[in-house]
Design a binder for this molecule. Structure first.
Ligand code: PHE
Length: 342
């Protein structure tokens, strides 16, 4: 009886086929699960007469091994044929296209600025966005009553009288002057915050890159040469620069730098307001009082600093008219800079 059943099942197993993973699994359940026809025979085995137990036992084990091997082979075969088969899935359909991402235009500009300055030995330094009043203002020579400290320009941290969102990345200059010894040569990219009404031309946050160079005998000529090199690398060999006297509490003398308009080449257009020049950064010789505030000997060392807005440079490069686009994360806008090579 038992032997016949085993033979019958052995023959059956030989003929099994499966097209899908589900079918293979159904076969496993049918033969090998607890109530499966092979397993059930093991229960019956208990009743087999002692004299044939050995022979029948061997036969039964053979059946179990064969069934396991066969069903595993079927499972492997359907899986190799296109992965787990799910009902209703058509594997021959073209895949949904996943568009490749793009760098943010401000990142593209920032990377390029870093690259230009890295060629002349400037390291990249970063610092926190929430700083104390001393790093943002006092160390940088802002008088107590300086209007930049006014509540209208600065976001103060609620409940923390002297903590604020940095209004410029000069805070990082303070940090590295305190922690490094000259020669210091670094640029400081980062996000800064000012309490401005949001419009196409102003936002409550934007990005800056500042630069700092401190060593013995650093002169204004070094500053001018460095900025001329930057302007030509960034905007093209034919770019001209001009420096106009200006004022910053932390530099003396101070200047603002214009470049010849990249849009009209200096002939006059609405971007340069028909002057042929566009302002791109502030700069100057680090005020000796700032060096002393940060424990650098102002009798031995001198230095220059400069600071520019990344959005402003991006505007000249990409002619983006509305600043708000940079922070709205609209992929239709962001996707336009995919192939922007500078
Ligand atoms: N920190 C200045 C600003 O935010 C820019 C600047 C940096 C000017 C360094 C001169 C020197 O406007």
């Amino acid at each position: 009886m038992m032997k016949e059943k085993i033979d019958q099942l052995l023959a059956e197993i030989d003929t099994l086929t499966a097209q899908t993973a589900e079918q293979a699994e159904e076969l496993r359940i049918k033969y090998l699960s607890k109530k499966g026809s092979v397993s059930v025979l093991f229960d019956d085995f208990k009743t087999v007469a002692p004299e044939v137990k050995r022979e029948v036992g061997q036969h039964l084990n053979q059946l179990k091994n064969k069934a396991t091997e066969k069903i595993n082979a079927l499972k492997e075969a359907v899986e190799a044929n296109g992965g787990p088969a799910v009902a209703g899935l058509d594997l021959s359909r073209p895949a949904d296209p996943i568009a490749p991402g793009a760098r943010h235009p401000l990142s593209i500009i920032l990377n390029r600025i870093s690259e230009v300055f890295s060629h002349i030995g400037f390291a990249v330094e970063e610092g926190p966005e929430i700083v104390d009043d001393w790093h943002n203002f006092t160390a940088l020579n802002f008088a107590e009553e300086h209007p930049a400290r006014d509540m209208q320009d600065t976001f103060f941290v609620e409940g923390e009288e002297k903590m604020l969102l940095r209004t410029h990345t000069s805070t990082v200059q303070v940090k590295i002057m305190q922690t490094q010894k000259p020669p210091i040569r670094a640029i400081m990219p980062g996000r800064v915050y000012r309490n401005e009404a949001i419009s196409a031309r102003a936002h409550c946050f934007f990005h800056q890159v500042e630069g700092l160079y401190i060593d013995e005998n650093v002169s204004f000529a070094d500053l001018k040469q460095t900025l001329l090199y930057f302007a030509k690398e960034m905007f093209g060999e034919e770019t001209k620069i001009r420096l106009r006297p200006s004022y910053f509490p932390f530099t003396e003398p101070s200047a603002e730098m214009d470049i010849s308009c990249t849009i009209c080449g200096g002939k006059g257009c609405n971007i340069c307001k028909y002057s042929g020049w566009v302002e791109i950064l502030g700069c100057g010789m680090v005020d000796p009082a700032v060096l002393d505030n940060c424990d650098i000997d102002s009798k031995k060392y001198s230095g220059f600093a400069f600071g520019m807005g990344v959005e402003r440079i991006a505007q000249l490069k990409f002619q983006v008219k509305d600043l708000r686009l940079y922070s709205e994360n609209d992929v239709r806008f962001l996707g336009q800079f995919k192939s922007a090579l500078l």
